[in-house]
Every structure is written in structure tokens, then in C-alpha cells.
Design a binder for this molecule. Structure first.
Ligand code: ADP
Ligand code: NA
Length: 344
């Protein structure tokens, strides 16, 4: 749509994996290639979110650089997209505080993700003494910062994978509350743009999503991985012992269905068409070979560009500096208007 602001971030907490690619980055690229008058595209790293789980400083630095290189290597055009690190634009954290004052603890407690990060059962109450003692407030308040990230640019559309739906719903609630309390219609109510690809699951344990924070490196295939490594990981992917004709059943056959989702995502075909196309497949090995072939084809050129980019830190710094300037230009105007609405 014209005059939209399209915004999304990725956490610099590890190498960018297939789930991030199909669930987020490829759709950022697709959106930014649509010709639409006056539309802005803002993408970057959520480095302030990354520190809600403790990180080594050197490691975080490296992941930030790698994330920007991955975004460019994955095809984002730096002349169309503004790329930056969240922490470089201090207006995010200022708005975060204002939004904290209008967000109820109950709403935050109903968010399920902080509980899984705190290794808690979703049903356990925050008021349980033990949970409270070991969980940092940042983990609970994380979705407010996410709302601030989106709203500081008065974003209209947020392309994310479906693990983020609940947080986006909260952002909409917070935007409405702010509009109600301080200024009719100041914030557009941002729409979630769910990516068409299905959520990609861990290769080793298909009851979990593929995630950067998974300590098992074999659970993820990375955008920057070599063909040999990709082949090895896909070979080791958990499937099942059901023989015969291939069929899609995420409940009973999560591993095989995940591989079908990967093929469907990469080829942009529906699940039904993908399964029909795969009727020649006689066993799990053939299915895996097909997945490997498509992944190598998709990622190989990206890996070469990524390696070049990582060897050119001054270029990456320049892109981030220019992105930060553009982002701050918008954010500093908006934060002035927000302060005025609040009476500061
Ligand atoms: P991670 O969980 O790997 O650390 P992030 O929280 O940084 O990923 O998410 C970055 C983007 O990637 C988000 O838009 C998220 O919805 C998407 N995403 C993350 N994991 C997956 C997955 N397994 N499948 C599809 N999309 C995903
Ligand atoms: Na995550």
C-alpha cells in the first residue's frame, strides 16, 4: 500500500536460520520490491531485546554485524531499505517508558513467550515466589519495548512469523490505549503481515520451532552454511518410520511435514501442490535429498555474498550509519510530538 511504513526487527542472538529466512527476511525483501509511492521500509537488529538473555559483549557485537550482513546477503536492497541497530536509536527506549506506564501487568503476564524463555510451564503463575526470584523484569517487559519499536515510526505494517502474533496483538492494544489516553489516532493501529510460509520446526526435535537460541546446532540450518553442512544436517533430521506413499500430517508426522513445509516455503507452492509434486518420492532419503538440493540452490549465492560482506566491515558500518540517520530523522520528530501529547 502507498504511504505505508513497514517495520520489523530480528534478534542478533545467533546465525540467521531457515525459519528466520522464510518467516521474516524473504518476505521483507518481497514487500520492499513492490512499487508503492511513499512507502518506507525499516529493518534491523533487536539488540536491546537480545540482552534480555545474558550475552558475552564480544559475541553480541559479532552477532550484530553478522545479522546486518545476512540481511543484505539475503537480498535486501540497501537503497530501498533502512537498516540499523535498535540500540542506535534511543527514541525506542524513551517511548518504551511511556508505553510501560499505560500497559497492565496482567496483559504482560498473559504473553506466553517470556514463560518459555524463563523455562516455565505456561500455566505457572508469575506470582509463584520461585519464578519471580529468578526471572528478570526485562523478559516480562519485552513486548512493551517491541510495541515501542513499531510505534516510534508510526508503522502501519509489521511482517513477522506466526510466533509473533500474540506480541503484535499487544502492540495494537497498547497503541489503542495511547490513542485513547493521550491523542486520538496518533498511532496507526499496525497490521501484522503473516508470512505465507509455515512455521519451521527444529530439525532434531520437531515439537519445537527452529530457533537461534537452540543450543543444538543441528536443529537449525543457517542461511550461510556450506552445501556439505546443509546436506549433513538434513540427513540427520528427525523423521519417522512410516513407509510408503508420502503424505502431510503435522500431528502424526511432524518431522516429515516440516520437510514438506520447507519445500513448500522455498518453492512458494501450496502444501497440496507440493505433496502432489513429490509423489515420485519413494523414501525419506529421496525427500531429504530434494530438501537439500533446494536449500543449496537458495542459499549458496547468499553465502558467497555474506562472506564478502563480512570482510568489508567499513561498508557494513556505513550502511548502519546511514540507516541510523534515516531512522532517527523519523523517530526524533515523532518523539517530540509524543512528549507534547503527554505533556512533557
Ligand atoms: P529466533 O527465535 O530464531 O531468535 P527472532 O525472535 O529473532 O528469531 O525472530 C526473527 C523473525 O523470524 C520473526 O519475524 C519471527 O517470527 C521469525 N521466525 C523465527 N523463528 C521462526 C521459525 N522457526 N519459523 C518461521 N519464522 C520464524
Ligand atoms: Na525468538
Amino acid at each position: 500500500p502507498t504511504n505505508s511504513t513497514i517495520f520489523s526487527l530480528i534478534q542478533p542472538t545467533g546465525k540467521i536460520h531457515l525459519g528466520n529466512y522464510l518467516g521474516a527476511i524473504r518476505s521483507w525483501k518481497d514487500l520492499s520490491e513492490i512499487e508503492s509511492e511513499g512507502t518506507r521500509y525499516l529493518f534491523g537488529t533487536a539488540d536491546l531485546h537480545a540482552i534480555t538473555v545474558p550475552k558475552q559483549a564480544q559475541q553480541l557485537k559479532q552477532y550484530r554485524v553478522e545479522a546486518i550482513a545476512s540481511l543484505i546477503a539475503s537480498g535486501l536492497d540497501v537503497t530501498k531499505c533502512t537498516l540499523f541497530h535498535q540500540s542506535s536509536v534511543p527514541e525506542h527506549t524513551e517511548l518504551n517508558w511511556y508505553l510501560t506506564t499505560i500497559t497492565s501487568m496482567g496483559m504482560l503476564n498473559r504473553m506466553t513467550q517470556w514463560k518459555s524463555k524463563a523455562n516455565q510451564e505456561e500455566s505457572s503463575s508469575i506470582f509463584e515466589e520461585k519464578v519471580l526470584e529468578k526471572t528478570k523484569a526485562g523478559l516480562l517487559c519485552y513486548p512493551v519495548l517491541q510495541a515501542a519499536d513499531i510505534l516510534i515510526y508510526r508503522s502501519t505494517h509489521v511482517p513477522v512469523g506466526d510466533d509473533q502474533s500474540q506480541h503484535l496483538e499487544l502492540t495494537r492494544n497498547i497503541a489503542s490505549s495511547f490513542n485513547h489516553v493521550f491523542g486520538k489516532d496518533y498511532f496507526p493501529i499496525p497490521k501484522t503481515l503473516l508470512t505465507p510460509a509455515k512455521k519451521i520446526l527444529s530439525l532434531r526435535n520437531p515439537s519445537k520451532k527452529m530457533s537461534k537460541s537452540d543450543p543444538d546446532q543441528n536443529s537449525c540450518v543457517y542461511v550461510t552454511e556450506s552445501p556439505d553442512e546443509i546436506a549433513k544436517k538434513i540427513r540427520k533430521a528427525t523423521t519417522d518410520s512410516i513407509q510408503g506413499k508420502l503424505y502431510y500430517d503435522p500431528e502424526q508426522r511432524p518431522g516429515v511435514s516440516n520437510l514438506i513445509n520447507i519445500i513448500s516455503g522455498l518453492t512458494r507452492k501450496s502444501i497440496d501442490d507440493t505433496v502432489t509434486d513429490l509423489q515420485w518420492v519413494k523414501d525419506h532419503k529421496q525427500l531429504k535429498d530434494q530438501v537439500t538440493e533446494l536449500l543449496v540452490e537458495e542459499f549458496n549465492p547468499k553465502r558467497h555474498l555474506y562472506e564478502q560482506l563480512l570482510n568489508d566491515k567499513p561498508y557494513l558500518d556505513k550502511i548502519c550509519r546511514e540507516g541510523t540517520d534515516k531512522a532517527r530523522e523519523i523517530a526524533s520528530v515523532n518523539i517530540g510530538q509524543i512528549r507534547a501529547l503527554i505533556g512533557l
